[in-house]
Design a protein around this ligand. Structure first.
Ligand SMILES: [Zn+2]
Length: 137
């Protein structure tokens, strides 16, 4: 079964276009110097339209997470258990995606993660997070 598909428009189109090129972007307001995600035409902090899209590092820490033992969609049944994380990115915005490559028991708030972009055939790119490998342990 295929995953549910999206139909990006407006700012989302620009976001997915950048993602297809390997760039995870976020919005930055030049009026109040705050970052935001998802892409918008108005700053969610001060409502200015003086917004620019910036490329982020993809590095952040887990703000919160939940592990799903029952698929939220039939297309995801072969992936349970899977974990959804809210991540505080280095650039000051927060985004949600799934966390891959870790057992649920190993996940906790505050751990460092890095974004990776999957480019499925004939689908829009998808962002996942993966725990950053700590060296020297
Ligand atoms: Zn603003």
């Amino acid at each position: 079964m295929t995953r549910p598909q999206i139909a990006p428009r407006g700012e989302e189109k620009l976001y997915f276009s950048a993602l297809a090129d390997g760039n995870l972007t976020y919005g930055f307001c030049l009026a109040c110097s705050t970052s935001h995600f998802y892409p918008r035409t108005l700053c969610p902090n001060c409502h200015s339209d003086d917004i620019e899209s910036r490329v982020g590092s993809g590095r952040g820490t887990i703000y919160s997470f939940t592990t799903q033992y029952r698929a939220g969609n039939p297309a995801l049944e072969d992936q349970v258990p899977y974990t959804i994380v809210m991540v505080d990115l280095e650039e000051g915005y927060r985004m949600m995606a799934d966390l891959v490559g870790s057992e649920p028991e190993a996940i906790s708030i505050g751990l460092p993660v890095v974004a990776e972009i999957e480019h499925p055939d004939n689908e829009h790119p998808v962002v996942h997070f993966r725990m950053e490998v700590s060296h020297g342990r």
